[in-house]
Design a protein around this ligand. Sequence first.
Ligand code: HH2
Length: 426
Amino acid sequence: MAEAPGAHRFAARVLDWGPPSEIARELEATDSDPEGVGIMVRKARIYAVRLEEVPLKAAPLLKQELLAVGGDAAHARGVADHSVASSPAVLLATWGQYQRLLPKLRRQPFSLRPLADEVDRALRAYAGRGPPRLVGAHRSLSLGPRPRVLGVVNITPDSFSDGGRFLEPARALAEAERMVADGADAVDLGAESTRPGAVPVSPEAEWSRLEPVLGSVIARLGVPVSVDTRHAEVARRALDAGADIINDVGGLREPEMRRLVARGGAAAIVMHMRGSPATMQQDTAYADVRTEVYRALAGAVEQAEQDGIPSDRLVVDPGLGFGKTAEQSLELLAHVGELRSLGYPVAIGASRKSFLGWATGEPDPLARGDAGLAAAVHAAEHGVAIVRTHDVGPTVRALRLWERIETARRALPASHEAMAAAEPEL
Ligand code: HH2
């Protein structure tokens, strides 16, 4: 091949790197000293931490301490002339700079100690690998490195994409079996549609649809079984019948639901939704949808733990399409990785939803499988642990490919011992 022309004499290229192990390998490839690599890895990435309502007196101190370690912080202009009582903030620093910053903040007044603890927890949760498994009532779901696939079977006449197809118990069972054969890691059975404006179903009617399918699915399939219900009565019966996970689109807001999950030793998917499916699209006004969803999920899991559900049994889900406009769902999906800062596995359900139709121009939910795959791969890229989908086979194959690509990124660097002292890795 011909010699590079003068303009490319040094072959300058911006490295498209991801996790710290990949950064370390790129640095090693310069034949750099291994100890130096350990030090440089900590300088290679900026972590931006967003905070809400930082007290007025704390904000300038925070900025000053960040500047002192070589980072920076953004806060409201009104902090300078005291025209605000508190301010949001974005902290900017490398891993190494945070390690120098946090002990200093812990010695400061004006709530900077609890603020430092919270930043520390969020950073470790975000950068870490996340919990290795979700512990269910009987069976557990091992998590990572690629997202686990939760196959959806709706035993309903009116679900938005598969309504009526699996109302017959034998068909629902056959669909669940097919999903497991296609590589589903767990199955989610729902007997009430939660699509916008769906007519609510009584717990008795919901259970009568669910019961014949749930028993056979538990008996016949070797994977954890999740039940998608908002009703404590249905959850109680499902747990008595041997279900492992309760998938509550109501976000465990009912105390009885939390009590049942705790008592049954079950796992729970805590999904964000304002109001109920019947009313949720009437109020989609959020000042800031990401912050509101984040805070609501943080509150829900904190309450769940207080009521006796251990953290290794909880999953958070932003509830795409639940009381959100298409733009808001896309915004949540775009930033889904930040939910990892909460320290729980993150699940998403984008499959076939109308926001995918809005984004792609495809009106038929059954023809949105490919858009769902793109959403699943995006989710994988951002550390989502569980993808809920109707299209199991293609999703499993897409995520297997994603995992192969990731493996190429994550080969261990030679200086991995020095790395272990540097920063944790997703
Ligand atoms: N979406 C639906 C139902 N349950 N659970 C979680 N955790 N996350 C989701 O995004 C989610 C969910 C809606 O989809 P589907 O079950 O296919 O439709 P319907 O509610 O009409 O049965």
